[in-house]
Design a protein around this ligand. Structure first.
Ligand code: PLP
Length: 477
């Protein structure tokens, strides 16, 4: 007995109950239904379960000796063990309509990329081995030529993510020197990426010019000093300044840079290889166009509009990229073989625009015809409407989906959502129950409705989503 139990009066009845709690070893021998579980997990869960029983008894909760029998305790143990054995990484159904959802894993990878990752994970590969010479090779060569071909860049390298790419490039080219950037572009991207902070970490001195809403070419020009190294343009990604605004176009910045012998860099953020304006999306400069405008270096993310794995792509002039490659910091930020394998497979799909649009899930979801989304919504409604009545009203409505990942923040893509209006519980409770489900469903609450935007729900997930809803409503609350 512990000191605490000694110090207070324990009734004979409570003492009897405490003695009825099985010993850990005894319980361990009973627990063969959990036989698949590693013994250390089984033992720690038995201890936790028995400790909880003990506390419940001491707190005066109702128990009889038979509540402490094998039959009564075993189901609780099985539940605990099952929960422990479950992966922390859970598949979820994204019914938010946000295609590049940073919290849900950003881009889904094409099948070809998944096959490539599987292959490189289970077999040896020429990651850093030149098969022609038999000597050490460079991991960047596996994607550099492809990237150059697709964008017109002279050279390329790839690092962990775009934040790393920006840090690495600034550290290589502008440490202890001045970098001129517009006040309208000092952005913060989710997850604490802030241009001024990254700049400070790189050792570059940030020279802000212009005003939040308007920056002119002469603002940059007047800020140039003998210490200046670079003119930086940053894609404002997740926000827009509207109204009386003015930004310097990239070609003008490039001319100014040339005139004064300064480097010109653009952090393009999302970075699309395709012009998606033909599909009703806003017109954005493609990576190829930025390269063509003559920048020395451009960086962008692998898992935003490109639709690949998390990566930071650095493209530009050969001389500049060589310097970046040689920076020891590059080694600390390097990309792993899985990412490279996935990235190469995704890039190969871009040899043909049509192929990319059909096979890269991010592009496919962004350009999905409304008709197709509406028919998904109708399919889900057919599976649940009657079954859920009268506990929940099921309808559909027109909604706007978002690209996400900071891309095209103002643009709503016309979509269709299944609308749930529960009558037997609050919409907040429903939202939480769907998150708690074995296959969690993530929707969004608007007014007093739960909306399931069907743009990001795959055809193959509709039956699972329906089953989840039926189970949640079948459970008494
Ligand atoms: C998203 C974004 C970043 C950060 O990219 P990660 O790949 O998430 O590290 C940096 N700059 C801009 C402009 C962005 O949009």
């Amino acid at each position: 007995m512990t000191k605490k139990e000694n110090s207070i009066q324990i009734s004979p009845k409570t003492q009897k109950l405490l003695r009825a709690i099985p010993k850990v070893d005894e319980f361990f021998d009973w627990a063969d239904p959990c036989a698949g579980a590693p013994p250390r997990i089984l033992k720690s869960e038995i201890r936790a379960l028995l400790a909880a029983e003990r506390e419940a008894i001491l707190a005066g909760e109702k128990r009889t000796p038979s509540d402490l029998s094998k039959e009564k305790l075993l189901p609780g143990l099985e539940k605990r063990v099952a929960r422990r054995l479950e992966s922390n990484f859970r598949t979820v159904i994204n019914a938010t309509g946000v295609v590049v959802h940073t919290n849900l894993g950003r881009s889904l990878l094409p099948e070809k990329a998944m096959a490539s990752i599987q292959q490189v994970g289970s077999r040896y590969a020429n990651l850093e081995f030149n098969l022609a010479t038999g000597k050490r090779g460079s991991r960047y060569q596996l994607v550099e030529e492809l990237l150059c071909e697709l964008t017109g860049a002279e050279a390329a390298l790839v690092v962990n993510n775009n934040a790393a790419a920006v840090l690495l490039v600034l550290e290589t080219l502008a440490q202890d020197k001045e970098v001129i950037v517009s006040r309208g572009q000092l952005v913060e991207i989710g997850g604490s990426f802030r241009i001024p902070d990254v700049m400070a970490k790189s050792g570059a001195r940030m020279i802000e010019v212009g005003a939040t809403n308007r920056t002119h070419l002469y603002d940059y020009e007047q800020a140039i000093t003998p210490q200046s190294a670079m003119l930086l343009k940053v894609h404002t990604s997740n926000f827009r300044v509207i109204g009386f605004t003015s930004e310097v176009e990239l070609p003008d910045l490039v001319s100014l840079g040339k005139e004064h012998g300064l480097l010109v860099m653009e952090d393009l953020g999302s970075g699309s290889l395709l012009d998606l304006s033909a599909y009703g999306l806003p017109r954005e400069p493609t990576v190829g166009e930025v390269v063509k405008a003559g920048v020395d270096v451009v960086t962008f993310s692998g898992d935003k509009l490109l639709g690949g794995p998390q990566a930071g792509l650095v493209l530009g002039k050969k001389k500049i990229i060589e310097l970046v490659k040689k920076n020891p910091l590059n080694r600390a930020l390097r990309i792993d073989k899985f990412t490279l394998a996935g990235l190469e497979a995704v890039l190969r799909l871009y040899y043909d625009d049509k192929q990319a649009l059909a096979a890269v899930p991010t592009l496919k979801m962004m350009t999905m015809p409304l008709k197709r989304i509406s028919s998904r919504a109708a399919r889900l409604v057919r599976r649940i409407k009657k079954e859920l009545a009268p506990r929940c009203e099921v309808t559909t409505m027109a909604v706007d989906s978002r690209v996400g990942g900071g891309a095209m923040p103002e643009h709503g893509m016309a979509s269709r959502a299944v609308v749930l209006a529960p009558a037997d519980r609050s919409v907040n409770e429903l939202e939480q129950q769907l998150r708690d489900a074995p296959l969690p469903v993530i929707g969004r609450i608007e007014d007093n409705y739960l909306l399931l935007d069907m743009r990001t729900v795959d055809d193959g997930e509709i039956a699972q989503l329906a089953a989840c809803l039926l189970t949640v409503f079948a459970e008494k609350i």
